[in-house]
Design a protein around this ligand. Structure first.
Ligand SMILES: Nc1ncnc2c1ncn2[C@@H]1O[C@H](COP(=O)(O)OP(=O)(O)OP(=O)(O)O)[C@@H](O)[C@H]1O
Ligand SMILES: [Mg+2]
Length: 377
């Protein structure tokens, strides 16, 4: 066991190290016979102890990327480095990574204890070391005492924790989680997500988490890698991706936002929306280069429903419209407002019962964001 774990940093101690711990450099994968890359030129640096989420729609290449990190798929181009070593051609078992798949893939005929011990047995750890590690790891995931149960005698959430314990028992360099919560129902899923997040923080284990659920990604990650059709579209901390997306895709995928068709005025400060209403944007609210866009350049202005509000009177950054719908969401009303010249209704979230009929909406300069009106694809 000491041979196995001696050179590794124990998962209980978070180390600070300069540079990337896990480094993907222009990683690409094209499956045999395919006409496009499943993963294309993926370059990501992951610091030790970070929880990074690959987020994107179904089929965008999340699992393929994860499988290349694990060594289960051979990249067509590019490299994977771990703590400075080029591991691109290393077999999976040499990488010492823990994997949890969407369906947990527990061994049905083994007990919980045997499932958790599996990786250590494969690595020929001694019996006492295995017993110690299994006990410690089951304790970590709060399954102490369930060693002798079989997977079919456990709840979904418990099975999920066994799968996690099995991945953690080898004290992995990197933990790879592919939609590990997708089999759980909504309420339990949130509780499990919080528990898992707490555990990962406590352990300081470098983690790559895959999901197509944006709220899960926002709640779970130190950094989000947003993917589409095999490519990384944007990457950053959840709050900056959510609040200041650089792309329309990020604004849309991270959910629940207004995308207003707009036109640059060319003064580096204003856009017009709804045909002729001038709206001011804060200095930091323009994604790359758009502040210098010449007059007439089409743009999209992003504004979250919770950041917009009703106003009593017309004024700067205010636009007139008509309330057309009001959906009570529990803690807020989501109100739809028809504005002349805008294709889609404006949605705003308010706590109190909204007015009906004609209204004025305030669009605060600092909560708006200009992005390019990219075509979907
Ligand atoms: N073994 C395979 N052989 C050929 N093509 C594959 C294989 N596995 C995946 N693909 C294709 O590669 C692309 C990326 O698939 P991948 O499984 O990585 O997507 P994903 O982002 O994990 O999607 P999901 O959210 O649905 O799990 C898809 O177009 C998929 O059809
Ligand atoms: Mg997948």
């Amino acid at each position: 066991m000491d041979d196995l774990l001696g050179k590794r940093h124990p998962i209980g101690e978070r180390e600070v190290s300069a540079g990337a711990f896990l480094d993907l450099d222009r990683l690409s994968l094209r499956y045999p016979g395919a006409t496009a890359d499943a993963v294309s030129d993926m370059t990501i640096e992951i610091a030790r102890g970070d929880v990074v989420t690959f987020l994107g729609p179904s089929g965008c290449g999340k699992t393929s990327a994860l499988r290349m990190i694990a060594g289960l798929e051979k990249p067509t181009a590019g490299s994977v480095r771990l703590d400075g070593a080029d591991i691109t051609r290393w077999p999976p078992e040499r990488r010492l990574m823990g994997l949890v798949f969407q369906n947990y893939a527990l061994f049905p005929h083994m007990t919980v204890g045997e499932n958790v011990a599996f990786g250590l047995k494969m690595r020929r750890a001694s019996k006492p070391d295995i017993a110690k590690s299994v006990a410690e790891t089951l304790d970590l995931v709060q399954l102490t005492g369930l060693d002798d149960r079989r997977p079919d005698q456990l709840s979904g959430g418990q099975q999920q924790r066994v799968a996690l314990a099995r991945a953690l028992a080898i004290r992995p360099n990197v933990l790879l989680l592919d939609e590990p919560l997708s089999n759980l129902d909504a309420g339990f899923r949130e509780a499990t997500r919080e528990a898992l997040r707490g555990l990962l923080r406590e352990l300081g284990v470098t983690t790559v988490f895959v999901t197509h659920d944006q709220s899960e990604a926002l709640a779970f990650s130190d950094r989000i890698v947003l993917m589409r059709a095999g490519s990384v579209i944007e990457c950053g901390p959840p709050a900056s991706l959510y609040r200041s997306p650089s792309t329309r895709f990020a604004a849309e995928f991270l959910g629940g936002t207004n995308l207003l068709t707009a036109t640059a005025v060319g003064d580096g400060t204003h856009v017009t929306i709804g045909g002729d209403v001038a709206i001011q944007l804060a200095l930091g609210s323009w994604s790359d280069g758009l502040r210098d866009a010449p007059p007439g350049t089409p743009l999209v202005v992003v504004g979250r429903p919770r950041d917009l509000r009703f106003a009593d009177a017309p004024g700067p950054n205010r636009i007139a419209g008509d309330v057309v719908d009001d959906v009570f969401l529990g803690d807020v009303h989501r109100v739809s407002i028809r504005v002349d010249g805008l294709a889609d209704s404006l949605r705003i979230d308010v706590r109190d019962r909204p007015p009906s009929g004609a209204c004025i909406v305030d669009l605060p300069a600092k909560s708006l964001h200009a992005v390019a009106p990219e075509h979907e694809g």
